[in-house]
Design a protein around this ligand. Structure first.
Ligand SMILES: Nc1ncnc2c1ncn2[C@@H]1O[C@H](COP(=O)(O)OP(=O)(O)OP(=O)(O)O)[C@@H](O)[C@H]1O
Ligand SMILES: [Mg+2]
Length: 387
């Protein structure tokens, strides 16, 4: 009987989405890290205990898989407050960056520490079965094999430094199995299959489909034919929604003097059901529709051009699904453009969570099915799950 826990982790350029165990735990952490030269000064103990660990991830990471071993990082929200933070460069390769591993290890260590019932200052040995992904381009280049063996080959230790609730805890992460899936393929699996990998969408499974994933920093268009991803046709573009959100934030500040805390606040304003596209300025309800409309329409047009290009090259496509956080934000604009222009058969997800967690959900389905299959011979007909 295996003690390993399932981890399904989508290291997105904008944020990491991670799902654990029997779906009992999930995290969404901004993909931002900042290198710390020295231990940052300890803040008050009360403050440490009250705060959410996710707000103050401060870790030292030991792992032979890293180019810079034993370095100290602030991760996520905490890193965004520091001046030397780094976000992934859209041109870089996920599989080659320490940042990808730091985010992956940090999310897993948080899961291990959260499930841990004893006090601090101790070492947790945590075994995981990991399902994760890489962009199609990197899988095509064969980078998935090296990435997998780096993860499998050693124990990776995350030491929590000045992190609320977890200060002093060390987590030794060992992977019993690692599966690296191509991102576009994963999205397709999630569309057509349920949690037991049973086909839920018979109509769709043999269609020629496109999946346009509009993320924070990049957009990927996967081409699916004969139930597989067509490697040669898939395309990635360095165009996401983060820059437009940032521009909206800046324009709201310069026109109305109102400083929104983050891009997340901008998303809230442009997607909420009540009072959409309005802010309060000195206590008066004020429209920012002119700003959001102009900037989002501009981005939607660019996204629509990408779709048109790929559709032209794959003329027998039957439907395109829009996924990723960017699709949420641009949904109405893309629909309107499409109605006025080419009238392609396009589809969005009503539930914003579904579109953002698409990839992580797919990895979860794939890795849990793999685990069930692997356990079957040993456990005969007994159910794979222990209650
Ligand atoms: N409900 C939402 N929650 C969080 N972010 C949202 C939401 N709706 C839209 N967004 C925005 O969508 C963008 C991120 O989308 P997503 O999580 O798909 O990107 P990613 O997968 O991390 O990045 P990439 O695909 O470039 O690697 C962010 O800029 C975010 O602000
Ligand atoms: Mg993504």
């Amino acid at each position: 009987m295996s003690q390993s826990r399932i981890a399904a982790v989508d290291v997105g350029n904008d944020s990491v989405k991670a799902i654990f165990g029997e779906l009992d735990q999930e995290f969404n952490i901004p993909n931002i890290i900042a290198r710390d030269i020295e231990d940052r000064p300890v803040i008050g103990i009360e403050e440490l205990d009250q705060k959410d660990p996710l707000e103050g991830i401060h870790i030292r990471v030991h792992s032979p898989a890293l180019q810079e071993n034993n370095a100290i990082y602030r991760v996520g929200h905490l890193a965004s407050k520091s001046s030397n933070s780094t976000e992934l460069d859209p041109g870089s390769s996920k599989s080659q960056e320490d940042q990808t591993l730091i985010m992956l290890f940090a999310s897993i260590a948080l899961d291990a520490a959260k499930g841990n019932k004893q006090g601090s200052n101790q070492v947790i040995d945590a075994n995981y079965i990991l399902g994760t992904g890489l962009p199609l381009r990197e899988v095509k280049e064969g980078k998935d094999a090296g990435y997998r063996s780096k993860l499998l080959g050693s124990v990776h230790q995350v030491e929590f430094l000045v992190t609320p609730k977890y200060q002093g805890i060390k987590v030794n992460i060992k992977f019993d199995e690692v599966k690296v899936y191509p991102e576009g393929f994963a999205a397709y699996i999630n569309l057509v299959m349920d949690h037991d990998l049973k086909i839920i969408n018979k109509d769709l499974i043999d269609k020629r489909i496109l999946i346009q994933d509009i993320g924070g920093l990049s957009t990927d268009i996967a081409v699916i034919k004969n139930r597989t991803v067509d490697d040669d046709k898939a395309q990635g573009f360095n165009l996401g929604v983060s820059e437009s959100l940032e521009n909206i934030r800046e324009e709201i500040f310069s026109n109305h003097g109102v400083e929104l805390d983050s891009r997340r606040d901008v998303v809230e304003i442009i997607t909420r059901n009540n009072d959409r596209n309005h802010i309060m300025v000195k206590g008066s309800r004020t429209s920012v529709h002119d700003i959001t409309d102009r900037i989002l329409l501009e981005l939607a047009k660019k996204q629509y051009r990408l779709l048109r290009n790929v559709w032209q090259k794959n003329s027998q496509t039957e439907i395109c699904y829009f996924v990723g956080g960017g699709s949420n934000v641009l949904k109405e604009y893309l629909k309107t453009l499409n109605n006025n222009l080419d009238g392609y058969n396009i589809e969005f997800f009503e539930d914003e969570k579904e579109s953002i967690w698409m990839m992580a959900n797919a990895y979860y389905k794939l890795i849990s099915e793999f685990t069930k299959k692997a356990e079957k011979p040993k456990e005969e007909k007994k159910p794979a799950k222990k209650s």
